[in-house]
Design a protein around this ligand. Structure first.
Ligand code: AMP
Length: 187
């Protein structure tokens, strides 16, 4: 898996897809929850996930920005792999310093994310990371935050894409190349 904005199809990275567990009707009826805890338990699978995430967006990255909470896991490991620092994008009220905030709609609910207002240098090339893209609402809110801080989003990487929900397309329509490793069709 190499190349800017490389997106998975239903056959990509079958080894990793097989390590992700699907829990039906969590956290509410009708949601097929894609559970990455089983992937995390597998040492080889976890290492392969980080190596393949690192190959999705070649080119200079100044800092990785990770979205709470599961994005932190992959974001921290990816930052280590790329030799960059890590910026935390957190839920409302968690960051101690002065923040900028954006409200957004989830696949299942509403939320707000925040960024320390001094976390990013102007013009920094930021790689955004989360575990999964569904509608893209969370990631698009993160893109707005990063841009508001004066930095550039050079790509967005996700372990899992739910392509039928259209989030990756929306993020690309906003000018951000998207890379994904595993795609699950349907919701
Ligand atoms: P969205 O903003 O709709 O793209 O939703 C993405 C966020 O919600 C990610 O942080 C995911 O962790 C979580 N999420 C949404 N849908 C699912 C799902 N079906 N399974 C697991 N996590 C999900």
């Amino acid at each position: 898996m190499t190349g800017a904005g490389r997106r998975a199809d239903g056959a990509s990275n079958a080894d990793l897809a097989g390590l992700i567990r699907t829990i039906p009707d969590f956290p509410k009826p009708g949601i097929q929850f894609r559970d990455i805890t089983t992937l995390l338990l597998d040492g080889r699978g976890l290492a392969a996930t980080i190596a393949r995430l690192a190959a999705l967006h070649p080119g200079p990255v100044d800092v990785v920005a990770a979205i709470e909470a599961r994005g932190f896991i992959f974001g921290a490991a990816l930052a280590r792999e790329l030799g960059t620092g890590l910026v935390l994008i957190r839920k409302d009220g968690k960051l101690p310093g002065a923040t900028v905030a954006v409200d957004y709609a989830l696949e299942y609910g509403e939320d707000r994310i925040e960024l320390h207002e001094d976390a990013l240098l102007p013009g920094a090339r930021v790689l955004l990371v989360d575990d999964l893209v569904a509608t893209g609402g969370t990631a698009l809110a993160a893109v707005r935050l990063i841009r508001r801080a004066g930095a550039e989003v050079i790509g967005a990487s996700f372990v899992i894409d739910l392509p039928d929900l259209g989030g990756a397309d929306r993020i690309e329509a906003d000018g951000v190349p998207v890379g994904t490793l595993v795609a699950f069709l349907g919701h």
